[in-house]
Every structure is written in C-alpha cells, then in structure tokens.
Design a protein around this ligand. Structure first.
Ligand SMILES: [Zn+2]
Length: 270
C-alpha cells in the first residue's frame, strides 16, 4: 500500500481518508549545522524517520510532502540558513493541516526536526483542535528517541545534545555517512548556557527561555559535542524514534474524542 501522500491519485486520497489513515506532516529547516554537517540535516533526519514509519505501518500512516523551511531568524548570521517569518510559518502549517481536515482526515501530527519550529507547530495544531472536529498533535522526532538516548548518550547534560551535536550527527552518520566530515567536527561547546537558569538541550532546557542570536554566542554554529557521534548510536536513535512514532499513531487512531460541551450560561435571545 502506498505510504507517500504525494503518490496518491485523488480517488485514492479520498479512500485513505475514509479508511482512517493518520497524516504525518514532516516539518524541518535549512540551516547551518557547523563545519561537519550539510545544511539539510533537519530535512534529512525528519524525512527518514517519517517515511520509514509510514512505510512500516501497513497503511495506517500516510506521510505528507515535507515543509522544508523553518523559523530561523536567530541563525541568519550564518550562511546557508533560510528563515520563514514566524507568523507566515504558523499560518502555513495550519493551512496544510486544515486542507487535510477538509478532505476528511481526522488524525494529523506534525513531526518536527528543528527546535525553533516546535512552539509554532504546537500552535498550528491547537488552532486545528480549537476550530475543527479533527485532532492535530505535534512532536519533535528526537523526543521520540528518548529511551535510546537515555541508554547511549555520552555527551554531558545540559548542552551536550542541542544542535549539530552527538544526536544529530549520529543520525546523519547512520542515514548518509558520505555527507558527514568527522575530521571537521568540533568538540564540546555550550553557547546558550548563561548561568543556572538559561541552558539549552534537546532533552531538557533550563527553566528560563532565552534564545539569543546565534552569531553573537558561537563561532562554529554547533551546540553540543558531535565528536561523540557514531553510526551505531545513530541507528539506535533512529529506530527508536520510528518505533515510537508508529506506536503513537496507532494510539492516536484508537483515541475516541469526547463530544464538545458548553457549560456556559446560555442567554436566551427573544
Ligand atoms: Zn538540526
């Protein structure tokens, strides 16, 4: 059964909506990832995880064409980066999801590969939930890999896994090793760390959110330690993420939405 939404004919798109397929909308970014990785990291990782999950789901999941660009203003001091304005991005994500709802799909999830997109994907999903009968969720692919990371992580916490780091480099080494130049990987750096309240890590940031312009605080562009990455770790992270994504989509499909209720005092109009 086809797992890529773009390859369906229109009658097939209608039939798959009726059969209850869960739609994954992959969301990524084009941005610098240090000296050792290409600028397409977020695209490559999120595409691999979502397409593999859909392919292995036996028809339960369809993966939509990816949203390649993300919200990246803080990284514009580095060549290679493309940014979409926050309001444009969230409207765009909402419109894509809403198009699926209008076709009859009622379970949609954004799977995101770029940290700064997350709050905007969450917001787009909530707009769908607040205005339609469908359910829309969102998650970062690395969050789904947490059990494997807990086992294999060597980078220090916090800051050792944040950007172009052990995690992202390991996954790229697993998916397309020929494009990674480990001789250029720079060791441990934690540019976002500022006192005890501000720090950044894929697996738990500080209690205070403060995202500075990246060029002010780093010369390499990375945050973390990519020298600890191996393809074996990458395979474990990737497979964990795929497994959990399939499992979530099955739970998501089975979840019965309780009906809307309105507990407000109803004013009678004459
Ligand atoms: Zn990245």
């Amino acid at each position: 059964m086809k797992h890529l939404y773009r390859q369906l004919t229109w009658p097939e798109a209608r039939d798959r909506a009726q059969s209850g397929a869960v739609i994954i909308i992959p969301v990524a970014a084009i941005e610098q990832h240090g000296f050792h990785l290409p600028i397409d990291v977020d695209n490559v990782l999120v595409e691999y995880v979502t397409e593999e999950a859909a392919q292995r789901s036996e028809g339960a999941i369809l993966v939509a064409p990816m949203i390649h660009y993300g919200f990246n203003e803080h990284n514009m001091g580095f060549p290679g980066t493309i940014t979409i304005r926050d309001t444009v991005f969230v409207d765009f994500c909402e419109d894509v999801a809403r198009s699926f709802v209008r076709q009859g799909y009622d379970r949609i999830i954004f799977i995101n590969g770029h940290g700064s997109n997350q709050m905007l994907c969450n917001l787009a999903a909530r707009r769908i939930n607040n205005t339609t009968s469908a359910l829309c969720a969102s998650a970062a692919h690395w969050a789904l890999a947490k059990p494997a990371v807990d086992k294999l992580r060597e980078a220090t916490y916090p800051g050792g896994m944040a950007h172009g780091c052990e995690f992202e480099t390991a996954m790229y080494l697993h998916i397309a090793p020929e494009l990674v130049d480990m001789t250029k990987a720079t060791p441990y750096e934690t540019p976002s760390e500022m006192g005890q309240f501000v720090y950044d890590d894929l697996f738990g940031s500080g209690p205070v959110n403060l995202v500075n312009r990246w060029s002010r605080i780093t010369e390499t562009g990375i945050e973390g330690d990519p020298t600890l990455a191996t393809a074996e770790k990458g395979k474990a992270f990737t497979e964990c993420s795929i497994r959990n994504l399939i499992m979530f989509c099955r739970e998501f499909r089975a979840y019965v939405t309780p009906p809307d209720r309105n507990f407000n005092h109803q004013v009678k109009t004459p």
